[in-house]
Design a protein around this ligand. Structure first.
Ligand code: FS2
Ligand code: SF4
Length: 563
């Protein structure tokens, strides 16, 4: 194995024996094989997209094949040539999503079946499939002896770096596109870009400049993907509202739901209503408590615990079943593994899994039955967390914010969005939040906030000093707020705003968020706790020269340069 896609990679270089995340070397290799196969499928999809507009017979044939093979219910072929399958498969390789050998072996076989099926239809229609990369023709049984599967087979370290940066950005994009798709929102531009980007990583004729262009394009399409997800979430569940979220417990048995999928959240709340079972959110599901459509359920009690890496201790104490809808899953301890359920692309050998049914819904009755016979959760803490400041709520007080800035009550906003992680060095973010001047306001999204969202930082004229826009999936909100503030202050350049960026990353969704910010021209981002191992010195130079990105240092030093 050679994996360096996340921030916690061994020695800031790569995991080569087993993952810090708990991923085995076999699973790491299978993930690389699946990504390689998906790149081949992406090339074949591109060929199909090229030919379809001029050949209606081909379109009908492909549609028949696709409908017989994949879960998508939508019939608009241009948007759905294996797109759901691609998104799910790519998402499954994001850090802490799926640890199951059998899952990846199946996905590899399925990719092969789809690729070969599509190829034979295209060949019959006279499409030339010669001179394509070997990923288009490789058989699953030959993957272990195919050198190109390995990240290290790209010898030039800058090309390797850019190919991986692009691939990880696409992993984040696949995750966001998948969530939007679950709520019925898709965009052909996103699917075609993912194919183009994956195919580009196989193309030896592309230069560093070409790949850099694609990396930035990934950021622009990332903004569109996050906007689509925002539209999907708010159309389905309303705009998040400022909410004081309970972090204590009640005396009823409960189900804990984690991950990011709001459709799973909706179905779980509906199915548990009136059963005497309470529902609590964990980790990145916290913002669900701020949506009008979920707040109406009185058995949605609040949030239990902290961010993903604390789950071993917290799941143990929860006593009831836990539903993992997406990342971040930590390999479970035996003591509670029998009450963890995975769904969608989440997987771990031996854990129970809930599949989507033919009609697109899920049956959570097995989880509810276990909950009914569970003890209520053990109390971890008391009190409340304030959240729900996505763009609609934040902009509803825009006048107040602008006045506070003009009047000098607010000196600066600091975007402290991104991920949390298990390493001690992340205490930096707690200390940074504590040491901010009292006239600075934190804008956040993602699980990084658990490092400071239980601190009492107070408010400035009724504006909380931590404005939490939601999940990392909601980072788009921060962009909207920054753009509206720039308008309100009549600024042409977003970098002229009194906004600093001190961003924490861990996994590949955060990579896409970072690329999205760069594509919008945001400069001077401070990134930590470590810079990505997959960014080579020359690629870093490009980022420094064009965007003045830098690594975080000490709280004192960063406070001086950011505030
Ligand atoms: Fe946390 Fe980061 Fe979980 Fe997001 S580890 S913010 O990209 O997916 O949440
Ligand atoms: Fe290591 Fe991160 Fe890869 Fe896991 S995802 S194997 S921790 S680099």
């Amino acid at each position: 194995m050679y994996c360096y896609q996340c921030e916690e990679t061994v020695k800031g270089e790569a995991c080569t024996k087993t993952g810090v995340c708990g991923k085995s070397d076999e699973v790491a290799d299978l993930q690389d094989q699946l990504i390689y196969m998906l790149k081949g499928l992406a090339v074949v999809n591109q060929k199909a997209r090229e030919k379809i507009p001029e050949d209606s017979g081909l379109k009908a044939q492909i549609l028949k094949f696709i409908k017989g093979n994949q879960k998508t219910k939508d019939e608009d072929l241009e948007e759905h040539i294996n797109s759901r399958f691609m998104e799910e498969s790519i998402f499954s390789t994001v850090t802490n999503v799926n640890f199951s050998n059998s899952y990846f072996k199946n996905q590899i076989q399925e990719t092969y079946r789809l690729r070969e099926g599509l190829k034979s239809i295209l060949k019959e229609s006279g499409v030339d499939l010669s001179n394509l990369p070997s990923a288009v023709n490789v058989k699953p049984e030959d993957l272990t002896s195919t050198p190109e599967v390995s990240i290290l087979s790209t010898e030039n370290e800058d090309i390797r770096s850019l190919r991986e940066l692009l691939t990880y950005g696409i992993k984040g994009m696949a995750a966001y596109a998948y969530h939007a798709r679950m709520l019925g929102c898709t965009d052909n531009e996103i699917s075609t870009f993912m194919e183009k980007g994956l195919a580009a990583t196989l193309d030896d004729s592309l230069s560093s400049d070409d790949l850099t262009g694609l990396v930035l394009e990934c950021g622009s399409v990332g903004v569109k993907t996050m906007a689509l997800l925002d539209e999907a979430n708010t159309a389905a569940y309303g705009h998040p509202e400022p909410t004081n979220i309970n972090i204590g417990v009640r005396d009823n048995p409960g189900i804990l739901i984690s991950g990011h999928d709001l459709k799973d959240m909706e179905q779980l709340l509906k199915q548990t209503e009136g059963t005497g079972v309470d529902v609590y959110t964990h980790g990145e599901m916290l913002p669900a408590n701020t949506y009008p459509a979920f707040k109406k359920y009185s058995h949605l009690v609040g949030n239990y615990g902290g961010s993903w890496w604390k789950q071993k201790e917290e799941f143990e104490k929860f006593n009831g079943p836990v539903l993992m809808t997406t990342n971040c899953l930590v390999p479970p301890a035996d003591s509670y593994s029998n009450r963890i359920f995975t769904t969608a692309m989440v997987g771990f050998e031996g854990l129970k899994h809930i599949d989507e049914m033919e009609n697109g819904t899920k049956d959570f009755s097995r989880i509810i039955e276990i909950a009914k016979n569970s003890r209520p959760p053990e109390k971890l803490e008391d009190g409340e967390i304030t959240a729900g400041f996505a763009h609609n709520a934040a902009l509803s007080v825009a006048d107040k914010i602008v006045d506070a800035v003009k009047g000098g009550q607010i000196s600066r906003f600091v975007v402290m969005a991104g991920c949390d992680g298990r390493h001690k060095e992340r205490e930096y973010y707690t200390d940074f939040a504590k040491q901010l001047p009292e006239d600075a306001v934190i804008l956040t999204a993602g699980c990084a906030k658990y490092r400071y969202n239980k601190l009492d930082l107070g408010d400035i004229g009724g504006i909380p000093r931590i404005l939490d826009a939601g999940q990392c999936n909601d980072s788009y909100s921060l962009v909207v707020v920054a753009q509206k503030l720039a308008q309100a202050f009549d600024l042409k350049d977003i970098n002229e705003l009194p906004v600093s960026y001190n961003i924490a990353w861990y996994e590949q969704k955060a990579v896409l968020v970072l690329l999205a910010l760069l594509s919008l021209g945001v400069k001077n981002i401070v990134l930590g706790p470590k810079l990505p191992a997959f960014v080579s010195p020359n690629v870093l130079n490009v980022l420094v020269e064009n965007f003045n990105i830098s690594a975080n240092t000490t709280v004192e030093n960063d406070m001086k340069r950011l505030i």
